[in-house]
Design a protein. Structure first.
Ligand code: PLI
Length: 461
């Protein structure tokens, strides 16, 4: 199951960005000022930042030099045409519209295709996708197969959709026109960056087609997904990751992408279609909200860097190193006795905070408490995905409804940190594990009505 890592990092470092570990007392003061919420920290006070793998990649020398070739024309930019050619070559989708980032692409797609009262099916929609479906007055429906919710498993494709549940939904609602599209998120971020198998993609696409429903990908991490297929799915070991990606996209009608992940850029996204009609519909929303059809909120140089990033991300030496590094961190944490979601996914390690701090009830925000502890111990910033991010109050009973899992995500930025950084993170967890019984919980003292985890404030109990 462990991805191969035959060589050292397939790059050498040409430019460095200094980072520093501020003293422990300063970290204690910083997190207190931040209301025990790492989103409120200044990044200068963070030593190793594992908050997200989104928009945090290091660009290559080729990408930096491509920036100089940016054509900043408002309309018909040469850089757009270059990006369009690269996207069409990988996806097979002819009609490409840039967007400022993933949620911009989601907005355009949902506005073009989704109407109030409809149901948007998927393996597991990401939060912003869920938000855009809800904003259309529609219902996001997650049909991840049961295995995907198990913390410990050796299933190779925990991002797969439950095909029987998909068939039932289509059978019940497609004929009335209540299902505007199915979205397959690859990899599936919300349960740990878990891959979806080609067999599952093919079968889900065939089902959608049989019911006349468009099939789309949220392909933020498509190259990582393709690499997992090559490593784990029978029949794909000898195929190139590029060919695997092409086959995957061949089963779809289009895609939305946050290029801040597998685009290897710091900002950007796009939506792409097989059908000109859908593309025309999308332009009605793209132009007023994102920008003209040939830039969609990006500068010409952004599009140049993205065109190069989409090629580089398919380099198998890069992917072997990338996914290998995430799995190396997972192994080190397991050696320290830290419970994590298994198998580890493509872009980060997800720690089971409820199992790590069993003395803290959900009401005491154990995952948030662990995020705070990791920052104080080592200056490392992870993120809570548990009671704060996903808990909500039942409007009728006033009771808190907790999500199934209480996790801390350690997302690994692409090409940014070395294995020594990973070892440092794991050692910090080892020190925390030794004194975990003494770690106290938190009390929520401020919350916004939506997406409360970004701005919440806590006090120590
Ligand atoms: O952050 P955006 O707007 O570029 O992309 C939104 C988005 C869409 N789909 C998926 C699968 C995502 O993971 C995603 C963003 N993810 C973030 C920010 C993350 O930290 O995982």
């Amino acid at each position: 199951m462990r991805p191969r890592r035959a060589y050292a990092e397939p790059y050498r470092i040409k430019m460095v960005e200094p980072i520093r570990l501020i003293p422990r007392e300063a970290r204690v003061a910083a997190i207190e000022r931040a209301g025990y919420n790492v989103f409120n920290l200044s990044s200068d006070d963070v030593y190793i930042d594992l908050l997200t793998d989104s928009g945090t990649a290091a660009m290559s020398d080729s990408q930096w030099s491509a920036l100089m070739k940016g054509d900043e024309a408002y309309a018909g930019s040469r850089s757009f045409h270059r990006l369009r050619r690269v996207v069409s070559d990988i996806t097979g989708y002819e009609y490409v519209a840039p967007a400022h980032q993933g949620r911009g692409a989601e907005h355009v797609l949902m506005a073009a295709l989704v109407k109030p009262g409809q149901r948007v099916l998927g393996n597991m929609h990401f939060d912003t996708t869920t938000g855009h479906i809800l904003l259309r007055g529609a219902e996001p429906v997650n049909l991840l197969r049961q295995e995907g919710y198990r913390v410990h498993s050796d299933a190779p494709f925990k991002g797969d959709i439950d095909l029987e549940a998909l068939r039932r939904e289509l059978e019940a609602h497609a004929a009335e026109g209540l299902i505007p599209l199915v979205i397959m998120t690859v990899t599936c971020n919300s349960n740990g960056g878990q891959p979806v198998s080609m067999a599952n993609i093919r079968a889900a696409s065939e089902l959608a087609q049989a019911y006349g429903v468009p099939f789309f990908f949220d392909c933020a991490r498509f190259a990582e997904n393709a690499y997992f297929i090559k490593e784990r799915e029978p029949g794909y070991a000898r195929k190139s990751v590029r060919d695997i990606a092409r086959e995957m996209f061949s089963y779809g009608d289009g895609c939305i992408m946050s290029a801040k992940k597998d685009g290897l850029v710091n900002i950007g996204g796009f939506v792409a279609f097989r059908s000109e009609e859908m593309y025309r519909k999308a332009l009605e929303w793209l132009i007023p909200f994102e920008g003209f059809a040939t830039y969609g909120g990006l500068s010409g140089r952004d599009m140049e860097a993205l065109a190069v990033g989409l090629e580089e991300v398919l380099d198998e030496a890069y992917l072997e190193d990338r996914i290998g590094q995430v799995h190396y961190l997972a192994e080190l944490l397991t050696e320290q006795g830290v419970p994590i979601i298994t198998p580890a996914g493509g872009h980060g390690v997800y720690v089971d905070a409820a199992a790590f701090l069993p003395h803290l009830s959900r009401a005491k925000f154990p995952a948030q408490a662990l995020v705070v502890e990791l920052y104080v111990e080592a200056g490392v910033r992870g993120v809570e995905l548990g009671a704060c991010a996903f808990g909500r109050i039942d409007e009728t009973t006033g009771e808190t409804i907790y999500p199934e899992l209480e996790l801390v995500r350690l997302a690994v930025p692409r090409r940014v940190y070395t294995d020594r950084h990973m070892a440092y993170v794991a050692q910090a967890f080892g020190r925390i594990a030794d004194r975990r019984e003494g770690i106290g919980g938190l009390r929520l003292v401020y919350e916004a009505p939506v997406l409360r985890h970004f701005t919440a404030r806590f006090e120590r109990l």
